[in-house]
Ligand binder design. Sequence first.
Ligand SMILES: [Zn+2]
Length: 368
Amino acid sequence: MMNDEIPDLNAFDDASLNAAFAVLEKSARDAAAGLGGEADVEAFRLKWLGRKQGRLNEVSSRWLKSAPVEARKALGIRFNALKAVVDGLLEAGLGSGPSNAALAAEAIDITLPGTQRLTGAEHPISRTLNEITRVFAALGYSVGVGPEVETDYYNFECMNFPPGHPARDTQDTLVVAEQERKPLRDRLLLRTHTSPVQMRTMESVAPPVRIVIPGKVHRNDAADATHSPIFHQVEGLCVDTNITFSDLKGTLDHAMKALFGSSVKTRFFPSFFPFTEPSADVQISCIFCGGKGCRKCKNSGWIELLGCGMVDPAVFAFAQEKQPLYDPKRISGFAFGMGVERIAMMKYGISEIGSFYAGDMRFLGQFV
Ligand SMILES: [Zn+2]
């Protein structure tokens, strides 16, 4: 590169001016050709257009001021032409974008393996709940839903748990605070079973009714290996003319075979639930030993799995208050309920109910 100093100009004829400006222009073009990144462009701008030490400023102060009056116009024209060239070079430099080095540093290596994202999967509780629902959907049942915060009336009274009845004590209930001023039936609580949806459905739909009610329920139970204060239930309700206990047995026997395999047997034992009469507990033949007897079935060969019964006429009487067609003299029905966690624990061989809620990916990853 030539000396960066601006030489003195001794002659002001056209040829001398042309030669002097040609040298400067070439110098500017040479400098601009090597511009890389933003820093280079800025350095070029400072060197040529800087207010104090820029070369154009120097040309202006040394050549224009020392020029004889008659040469000033010719010099000014060439000076403006040179400035236009420098401006143009600067603009081109700014528009040229980042340098090759900068681009290389940001380059994406398309041969690298992609970012692997975790695939979502159904939680084992949701999966079991959906499986149970599908079994009944195939029998023509639809899905009923209702609120988790319920009134005492829907959770207890209309399900034939009268105020003060000892059956209420079997479901240790979490109640909403500061409800004492309301009449008992209007007080709010966290539903202890999905049964309230049976009544809500009958109140809004005339018979026949076939629904399953999957959902979350709450009880004030201490957590241990098999109990949790929050768990899931699927209840079912079937109401029509001439529904008998045989229909109940046939339906549940089919459902258990669909869930656990066609070799599973069922048997029914007398039991008590306030909202059904007669009531029964259902046992299935042990799915681990096939009924021979093992540790899981306490050597009995049977596992107790769900509760059921024929809908109590007293429950229909509550439904009749809003839907007169639920006349217990003309219709009949059955209801059943099962715990989703219990079935999921059996199906997947899980011994701690808390594993479902802990959110441990090592546990959940097994169900992907
Ligand atoms: Zn067994």
